[in-house]
Write a new protein. Structure first.
Length: 405
């Protein structure tokens, strides 16, 4: 069942009414509205937009889009009309959010709109790469092949991003546990050490213990202020990271900071080549490919480089020449593109670049993991030494005092 928003007129009063109705399709919704004594003026599926937690839970996962692409490709290839294929896919889709979007797309396609134009109304679900591929497939009469390529490209992209995220999870978990243990020691254990010294005249705690005790008291007494301050800081940083200057700083840091800089550089090269190969193979023009790929890479510096390259290509330069010596592109990329341009096999060369850098990303992830582990151990050791020293030095001081007495 789908929720429809409708505008209708009350036949007896002439008043316009806006409301919602739940039905299996638009025809059933119209019948229900008429049964209420209303004349329907406009009926459309309820917009699949949401905010806050609903937006998080209603998001469309990559697997859902891959399944949508493959199922639609298979049905079209089998000779079914587009609208019927979309209806079959909608019936098999388990994601309610995507199901509503497909229903809206069906309504638009039935109204004479192309599939690409219908999908373009839902940029929150389908990006520019997806829409451009569909448009190219419709124009060339190879929509089924374009959808199949899209599914393959999405799977590759999701696989490589999953590996990068997996590499980042381990150090974050270790750091979280480390700070939790240190926090427990400072808040719970250190105050007990201070109690031992309270009844000893002339006894003084070591400097490191006094510093950590001050932190402990501040956190214990003003914990709510600390939580609020951290929350405000997180919100401010999150908003700043979405601004032009913030995004530029964060994206630049990703490409330069040790040891993850080389990893992100190779990730961007793989994403550029894989997306570019998919678009070129579907017949998307080179300039349009550069524009779409820049948006898909999700790094403002690489996107700016591609915009500059597009201007050079407009001026008559080859793509390899336009990317030559660009600091945001590894030198192997323009070199291999040049070979593809000279041999007339740009699509195949882009695929080779993508395969090469995807393997390099795997290797770089292993390298980063092997580097991060000892670094984390050293950091953990330093913090542990400070906390243990703050606890044990006062105890040794008491033991020495008792011994001399």
């Amino acid at each position: 069942m789908i929720i429809y928003e409708y505008t209708a007129r009350n036949a007896s009063t002439g008043q316009k009414i806006k409301a919602e109705v739940e039905a299996e399709n638009i025809q059933s919704a119209a019948s229900l509205i008429k049964n209420q004594g209303l004349s329907p003026l406009d009926i459309k599926p309820k917009a699949a937009t949401s905010t806050g937690f609903k937006k998080y839970f209603n998001r469309i996962k990559t697997n859902d889009k891959v399944l949508f692409s493959r199922q639609l490709s298979t049905l079209i290839n089998a000779g079914l009309p587009l609208v019927q294929s979309l209806r079959n896919v909608a019936q098999q889709t388990e994601n309610k959010y995507l199901k509503v979007i497909i229903t809206q797309v069906i309504s638009d396609v039935e109204g004479g709109v192309s599939l690409a134009s219908a999908l373009e109304k839902h940029l929150n679900a389908f990006n520019k790469v997806f829409i451009s591929m569909v448009a190219a497939g419709e124009a060339s009469g190879t929509l089924d092949k374009a959808l199949e390529r899209l599914a393959n490209q999405q799977e590759k992209d999701a696989e490589i991003l999953g590996k990068v995220r997996g590499a980042m999870i381990y150090p974050l978990v270790v750091l979280a546990v480390m700070f939790a243990v240190i926090g427990f020691m400072i808040v719970k254990v250190l105050p007990q050490v201070e109690i031992l010294y309270q009844d000893l005249p002339g006894a003084s705690l070591p400097l490191v213990t006094r510093i950590l005790l001050s932190i402990s008291k501040a956190v214990t007494k003003f914990w709510y202020a600390v939580v609020i301050a951290l929350g405000i800081f997180a919100v401010i940083m999150n908003r700043w990271a979405k601004t032009e200057s913030g995004k530029s700083f964060v994206d630049g840091l990703k490409m330069k900071i040790w040891p993850v800089g080389p990893l992100f550089m190779k990730l961007y090269m793989a994403r550029f080549a894989r997306t570019g190969a998919t678009l070129v193979s579907s017949g998307v023009p080179l300039l349009q490919m550069l524009d779409i790929t820049g948006d898909a890479i999700s790094n403002v510096h690489v996107e700016d480089s591609l915009k500059k390259a597009a201007e050079k290509v407009k001026g008559g330069k080859a793509l390899s020449e336009a990317l030559e010596n660009d600091p945001n592109f590894l030198q192997l990329v323009p070199n291999m593109i040049q070979i593809g341009e000279q041999s007339g096999a740009l699509e195949q060369m882009l695929e080779k670049i993508a395969d090469y850098y995807e393997k390099e990303v795997d290797e770089q992830i292993r390298n980063v993991s092997s580097i991060i582990e000892p670094v984390l151990m050293v950091i953990l050791g330093i913090f542990a030494f400070i906390v243990v020293a703050a606890v044990l030095l006062p105890i040794y001081g008491l033991a020495g005092q008792n011994f001399t007495n």
